[in-house]
Design a protein around this ligand. Sequence first.
Ligand SMILES: CC(C)(COP(=O)(O)OP(=O)(O)OC[C@H]1O[C@@H](n2cnc3c(N)ncnc32)[C@H](O)[C@@H]1OP(=O)(O)O)[C@@H](O)C(=O)NCCC(=O)NCCS
Length: 206
Amino acid sequence: MSQPGWPAVLSDGPVMLRPYRRSDARAWAEVRRANEQWLAKWEPTPYGTWYDLNSPAAFRAVHADLRRAARQGSAMPFAVCNDGTLVGQITLGNIVRRAFCSGYAGYWIDARFAGRGIIPTALALVVDHAFSVGGLHRIEVNIRPDNLASRRVVEKLGFRQEAYHHRYLHIDGDWRDHLGYAMTTEDLAGESGLLARWHKLSAAAA
Ligand SMILES: CC(C)(COP(=O)(O)OP(=O)(O)OC[C@H]1O[C@@H](n2cnc3c(N)ncnc32)[C@H](O)[C@@H]1OP(=O)(O)O)[C@@H](O)C(=O)NCCC(=O)NCCS
């Protein structure tokens, strides 16, 4: 059964978000294996070696899990592409509807493509999509206090810091505190969306 907002392809200039395909296995494994040092510190504690957990074969299991969650309506998992190359991932997960209508965004990018505003663009696309056809009201992002690059992403876009979660997620070998950021549809009232806001901010900073 299809769920509101899924499947979808979203794009802005060279940045395109799309569902994963089976044929992404090799590219996904290459980019994940090349980025162990860059990503491991911020990711859930692994239950095996990075190399094995990020193999083309492992991708098949990851892809199946993501596809199942998307079909059930609890996630919108996007591959992030730049000029057609797979460079990262952004997932809206833990989607709960009824009185909550909320989801958590998580993301990563290949270090070789960091600092180009790709993830802020991706997050803005996802928020606008979630708040329109996706039918959601709130998007949350939880970030370790020392992850300054990720905090910059949400702060540049105008997410509000709402919470301090003690020993919240098991990341890189231990329970880690996280800052809780959020945005609701009301935060964009009177604007044409988060992507339009991001374009305005980027133009002003240039
Ligand atoms: C957090 C992350 C997704 C940001 O993506 P991005 O597309 O590089 O985002 P931006 O281009 O907006 O850069 C964000 C900040 O990273 C820093 N940055 C810029 N270039 C960088 C580079 N080459 N290397 C490291 N950090 C860099 C800057 O502080 C920048 O903020 P600024 O624009 O105010 O200068 C990326 O750093 C990443 O994948 N980190 C590892 C995984 C991770 O932390 N995921 C999020 C968990 S909550």
